[in-house]
Design a protein around this ligand. Structure first.
Ligand SMILES: [Zn+2]
Length: 338
């Protein structure tokens, strides 16, 4: 099956009340882990690559890996998404590489660090929407700023600053109407990375009411939750049991994400949980069998560990079981619909 525009998948998810996990990749084994989980659960899936991932793996490798993925998994609808594009140029280069969806994150300036102005955000997002939609490619935008840093991208806001940069529902509505983006990442108190909350998040720090408010204003714009790993204790424990030194932290509870899905959240970004799974599995092999030195001896369990996490998310987000029901729409066809 060819890669399809993300919009098609999110529209289907909205019609049927489920969310789609967007999982970050940097290499072949991570892509394979996602596809193992998607095949096993019959799930449509979003595979995403950050700028850092594209630099690490090289666009050419990534492009051919994704083409191979589509070839090997003819029954699974896959959207290939640029995560956190920092400029129109980054998004355009992703489109040139065959990505079927791009995120123009104009909430930050081009350095990917300093919060930008509303006008700047509208301007760069509109530029990307114009070119992407003409080619049938979907566009995710962001309004408000998340905490933490992801692959060098992020304002690095403190806990208090995060609460000052939450998405303003009225501004979100104006922004989506002005830009015509397909999906909108909103800041509701989540942060990128492994250290999201010092204690189990409550309604004071995780603003699900903001999601509900935005969704009521923008029923046709798909909402995106970033920084939505759950940071499961058992994955952190495995890493620390085998010599790791991760501090205690709390992520976004899966139940909070499920609540979001009831109110318009259609794309959920998960990266940290998979990183934890991979690292734990590799540490375990190194620690228990220090004589091993064939990369397959630890990459294979790492791949399985990540597939297990992805599978669990696919089931809890509700995307499991839908792969063969998502309509297959080409980029050309999608371009005509805009
Ligand atoms: Zn993000």
């Amino acid at each position: 099956m060819p890669l399809i525009p993300m919009r098609v998948m999110l529209d289907h998810a909205a019609e049927n009340g489920y969310g789609v996990g967007a999982f970050n990749v940097n290499n072949m084994e991570q892509i394979q882990a996602i596809m193992m989980a998607a095949t096993e659960t019959n799930s449509p899936v979003i595979v995403q690559a950050s700028r850092g991932a594209r630099a690490f793996s090289n666009d050419n490798y990534l492009r051919h890996l994704m083409l191979a993925t589509a070839e090997l998994n003819p029954r699974i609808p896959i959207a290939m998404h640029q995560d956190h594009g920092n400029s129109p140029a980054t998004c355009f280069s992703a489109i040139d590489q065959g990505f079927t969806s791009v995120m123009m994150d104009g909430s930050l300036q081009e350095d990917g660090k300093a919060p930008s102005t509303y006008e700047y955000n509208v301007d760069v997002t509109k530029q990307v929407v114009a070119k992407a939609h003409a080619l049938g490619v979907s566009v995710e935008a962001e309004i408000g700023c998340l905490g933490g840093i992801e692959d060098g991208h992020g304002a690095g806001l403190s806990d208090d600053e995060v609460l000052e940069h939450l998405t303003d529902p009225e501004e979100a509505q104006r922004f989506a109407e002005e830009t015509g983006c397909d999906a909108l990442a909103v800041a509701i108190g989540t942060s990128h990375g492994a250290y999201k909350f010092k204690e189990k998040p409550t309604g004071d720090v995780l603003k699900m009411d903001v999601i509900e408010n935005i969704h009521s204003r923008l029923p046709n714009t798909h909402l995106v939750m970033h920084g939505s790993s759950s940071v499961p204790r058992e994955l952190v424990d495995i890493i620390n049991q085998y010599g790791g030194e991760l501090k205690e932290s709390y992520g976004v509870p899966v139940e909070a994400i499920q609540q979001g899905i009831k109110h318009g959240v259609r794309k959920i970004n998960v990266d940290t949980d998979n990183r934890l799974a991979v690292t734990g599995a590799i540490r375990k092999v190194f620690s228990e069998t220090p004589g091993k030195f064939d990369p397959r001896d630890y990459m294979k369990p790492a791949r399985i560990a990540m597939a297990e996490v992805v599978k669990a998310r696919m089931i809890s987000f509700g995307q499991a079981g839908w792969a063969d029901k998502v309509p297959i729409v080409s980029l050309e066809e999608m371009a005509k619909r805009y």
